[in-house]
Design a protein around this ligand. Structure first.
Ligand code: PEP
Ligand code: MN
Length: 340
């Protein structure tokens, strides 16, 4: 990482980047409030031999020892990344709420849910058009028709859309509708998919894999960041352990630990971890109090009739009260739900 002097000129930054590229390495320029930092990724020896410390405008050069570079806290020198989605922010003091059904089922239920969560104060609408199902015989989502319904829900409610990309062949169609592309737990290490999602330039919500370490998650984020896409939101959604009393073990320690390791915002999905509606609120409150930067939660007007993940969906009629309690828990950690 090359840290430029305060007030280094654009030409000096470009000159350093050009020397880096000359030896076949990549230069990622990040402009902070006071100083510009250039993240250099390439052969350590070749880059070291450049003697960049002596270049005009360079203050100092710091080696980053972690295997992830662009995602590391060091890269932003302690500054937090705040991702802005149509004026809704996540990260730093901003707590983001994302709610909606597991899967897009029909126009009526999607629009109904979208209105309910918007009126309660949720900021983004979630819903899968393409679903990664454990069984090939389960409903796989409405596909392009689902994407069209999401676009309609956005037009109707103004809520930006979070929807999952599961296959590189759908990238263009999904990127057209999504304000945030979700990469699901099962695809966290699908590196081709991460690269394509990165290239779209659309913000990416990256969920932790079922059996992935925190470092694996940060390496996956690095794939997106490496494509020049700086808007990555990480999501803890529960991991597999020996415990079978609930669907997954929600690893809330991952929240403060990730926030120590990375500048990226970290949100929590209590729904998929719990697998049961009654556990969703306690885990949401715990996540917010632990300092999570937001929540992504499943909600349905009639969970009994949901095609997918009904048992864990909050009842839409209870959503507004749930959100008020969540707001109080987030306040304990010094974070605010932004009124839209
Ligand atoms: C989802 O959000 O609907 C989903 C499938 O989540 P995960 O990838 O975390 O299982
Ligand atoms: Mn689901």
């Amino acid at each position: 990482m090359v840290v430029m002097k305060e007030g280094a000129s654009q030409a000096q930054v470009e000159a350093v980047a050009a020397r880096v590229k000359d030896v076949g390495a990549q230069a990622h320029v990040s402009r902070g409030e006071l100083v510009t930092v250039i993240g250099v990724i390439g052969d350590r020896e070749h880059v070291g031999n450049l003697g960049l410390e002596a270049e005009p405008g360079v203050d100092h050069v710091v080696p980053i020892s972690k295997p992830y570079k662009l995602a590391s806290t060091q890269y932003k020198r302690g500054e937090r990344t705040m991702v802005d989605i149509d004026g809704r922010r996540v990260g730093g003091p901003h707590f983001m709420t994302i709610a909606g059904p597991c899967t897009v089922e029909s126009r009526e239920s999607l629009l109904d849910t979208a209105r309910t969560v918007r009126d309660a104060g949720a900021q983004l609408l979630r819903g899968g058009a393409y679903k990664p199902r454990t069984s090939p015989y389960s409903f796989q989502g409405l596909g392009e028709a689902g994407l069209r319904l999401l676009a309609e829900a956005k037009a109707e409610t103004g809520l930006p859309i979070v929807t999952e990309l599961i296959d590189v062949r759908h990238t263009e169609a999904v990127a057209e509708v999504a304000d945030v592309i979700q990469i699901g737990a099962r695809n966290m290490q699908n590196y081709g998919l991460l690269t394509e999602a990165g290239r779209t330039g659309v913000p990416v919500l990256l969920k932790r894999g079922l059996s992935s370490t925190i470092e694996d998650l940060l390496m996956a984020a690095e794939y997106v960041l490496k494509e020049g896409n700086e808007n990555v939101i990480l999501c803890e959604r529960g991991i597999r352990t020996f415990e079978t009393a609930y669907r997954f073990t929600l690893d809330l320690l991952a929240v403060p630990v990730l926030q120590e390791q990375t500048h990226l915002p970290v949100i929590v999905d209590p729904s998929h971890a719990a697998g049961r509606r009654d556990l969703v609120e306690p885990m949401s409150l715990a996540a917010a109090a632990a300092g999570a930067d937001g929540i992504i939660v499943e909600t349905h007007p009639e969970p009994e009739r949901a095609i997918c993940d009904g048992p864990q969906a909050l009842r839409a009629e209870h959503f507004a009260d749930y959100l008020r309690r969540l707001e109080q828990a987030a306040a304990l950690a010094g974070k605010e739900l932004q009124a839209v």
